[in-house]
Write a protein that binds this ligand. Sequence first.
Ligand code: PMV
Length: 361
Amino acid sequence: MSEILEKKWLKEAVSTVPAGFSGKTAWQSPSNIALVKYWGKHGNQLPNNPSISLTLSASKSETCIQYERNDSSHLQLKFFFEGKENPAFAEKIQRFLNQIIPYFPFLDLLSLAISSSNTFPHSSGIASSASAMSALVMGVLAIENKLTNATKIDLIKASYFSRLGSGSASRSVFPVAAVWGKTAFLAESSDTFALPMAQQLHQVFQDYYDSILIIDSGTKAVSSRAGHALMDNNPFAPARYEQANKNIQELYGAMQIGDLAAFIRITEAEALQLHALMMSSNPAYFLMQPNSLAAIKAIQNFRESTQTPLCFTLDAGPNIHLLYPAIVRKEVLVFIKNQLLPLCANGFWIDDKVGQGASAI
Ligand code: PMV
């Protein structure tokens, strides 16, 4: 499937830009939180196992691209992050755009001024690569549409190229939830792009909350890139990939019928397994902090004593994503305030929930 798409996109690639072509396009794209985690990759950003995520709404990047035809035959790029020119980020973006230029040759005939910012603080410990890369790709596709007079962005194409910037970015463009990675139970699934899942899921997940508890706002000691690479020699890797395949099928089934008990069991097991993989890497490392464990214990105790269907997941960091349905929002807010905020860095948390994916602003 992806080979057919790649050929089609190469064939349709736009390589001319009319004189005087200029304009501006602005996009927002959210972060996402994986439930079954992508951890370990090969080739050009291909996952070693399938993953499923909830698309967020409050944690997002906003990216504006001003474009203008240039006559140098080379992409000219300026990048501003949170209002300030940022040559280090510009270099990263330039490398990424150079990689995708065979599919978007018109970029070589443009000068771009890209301004990007995140709605969550830079130092919140929330990874911004998924939201930032997907917002950028939406902008590139919007410029392509302007050149071809097309009106709709192909989200599969957006997902494919976002993936090349950051694997998890492939899942951010879709509303509510997405699956990325080939898996036997979803015939159309692919390692090169994610699929939208909103339509297949039970109503309860269309309005699900993710209260992100910032346990530590510092940068990670080991980057995701290094973490993925350590999976290559992790002795538990084969068992992990088998588990992930089983978990995603079971979780997907639970999410279709709204089985919250199974959702909670698999989501928490996945979070702990991700961190167990880090602890069993060579060299071993761990990203949780004492307060991450204290919050996990508090969440599990609260669930047991009140029967409230809430659970936690973790990204590659110490912060806790507290997931729960809208119906228990009120009591969970009281629980957060009384028991969890004292464990957060300066009492900081992000009130997030599932959202609708990327959109123009
Ligand atoms: O997309 P990357 O390369 O930043 O890796 C993301 C890895 C996790 O966030 C830990 C899991 C996931 O599936 O998003």
